[in-house]
Design a binder for this molecule. Sequence first.
Ligand code: TEU
Length: 560
Amino acid sequence: MILEKEKNWWKDAAVYQIYPKSFYDSNNDGFGDIEGIRQKLPYIKSLGVDVVWVCPFFKSPQADNGYDVADYFEIDPIFGGNMEDLRNLIDDTHKLGMKFVLDLVANHTSDEHEWFQKALAGDEKYMNYYYFRDPVNGKAPSNWASVFGGGAWEYVPHLDKYYLHIFHKKQPDLNWENKEVVDEVINIMKHWAEYGVDGFRLDAINYLYKEPDFPSVEPMPGSEFGFGTEHYANKPKVNEHFNRLNREVFGPYNMMTVAEVAYINGDQARRYCGLEKPEVDMLYLFELLNFDQDGYDKFAPLPFDVKAFKEAVFGWQEEMKYFGHLALFFSNHDQARSVSRFGNDSDEYRDLSAKMHGNAMYMLKGTPYIYQGEELGMTSLDYTDVNDFHDVEVPFMWQEKVVEGGESPEKWIHLFNTRSRDGGRSPMQWDSSENGGFSKVTPWQKTNGNYTKINVELQEKDEKSPLNFYRQLLKVRKTLKSVIYGTVTPFDNDSDATFCYSRDFEDEQVISINNFKDYDVQVKLPQGRFNVVLSNYGDVTEIEDTVTLRPYEGITAVKI
Ligand code: TEU
């Protein structure tokens, strides 16, 4: 039985994530823009998604590609700078029957935001919007590290004070202990809710509360700094804030809310999903993809281990079995491309592994978040020059490891190509024309050289393409209640090659079987005969008993 409260509008939805800077450049200035997204709405609709999430496009100095907001009510000139474009985009999204989710960055602002500028001018009211603190023994108040390298405190000589920035120094953290700050954020949210947005993706939102004495922590090896996350991630106060936001905005406006969270355990996750009081609808967990690196250090890659993947993914499915809801994703704007990272991006296997990834991830319990280009099997980068990279973390690492540390430039270019956040940010590949049809001028970030092989135009013509597979996948997903509401039971779980599970709801049973390796493997199925509803090789119709999965084969089948 489906409980009434489970039938939210977003429950069986699929989301498409857009990184606006790299999606489509309608005015040929080298940057993707709001009008470009609008022009591509028919394409987005054709995928079968229900919700469009657009990464930040507000006025911003772009120190962190828009995650440094200077004005929450204005659109940045590089995205068109024009409120009418946004009106049209949201209206047209609605006309096509899709919803629009705004990326709201409320843990921090840009240092160029008016509030911070007033704070820098010594206005006490606004200094209290942020965390300004006196030096301690002539040094920063604590040794917390910034996510992007270096320390998390920046000294302001004319004030003789430090301010806190968990992210870049151009992203000062807002002080949520100040009620006025919370009121400001609520105003911003209400403004956009009334404007017509249908939901919020809440950026880095689990960091809202910092322990007031900012305790120093054990430094990382070879550094004076350490991640102080135990003192600022997922503190109970965050739940109180969520509850208030829910009461005042999310609930009354019937919004879909997805909180980006990291450094989290099952209890905290369930609490965010409203175990005690209404908070947010679903969680976008970093933990889902961190299994192929040493801790939180993405530049310390571990070989892709299918068992570690299963532990992470099935582990979280188990945690959220009875309560809460997960975002399902395989890539995003902070990650290298999944087909290169967890699959095989050779010409022989790229399409198969891209399709299999969709089959493996998006039949799980949760809401699929497909990131632009994932539906094409876009790959990680092929750059050769460090100057081709743009992300804030690259110059830090280059300086520390190559310039000062003497490590090999080739090693780090390779790491940036395969692991850095830029990996997911090269322009969308629309066709075989110059710059992949993204723009008529040189794009802000270089197009991947393989755009003549991997692009929308080519895949539209090929019924077996990843693009058409994703369309079919999303269609099939909608017809199967068990995929939305059913239990998740892994099988063949000892295998270090396959990722297999069964979804069960009332009298429906659906299985998703996937081979992550480039060789054949055998899988023993649950009892019964199964009708294949999705197959990336496209030549299987019925399966039972023991199946031999070919390299990167993925199948979804329904019990007859
Ligand atoms: O990400 C939060 C976050 O923790 C990441 O920056 C993460 O640490 C990083 O990807 C690891 O390399 C969100 C946004 O998704 C990201 O793009 C922003 O840079 C960040 O918040 C700050 O707003």
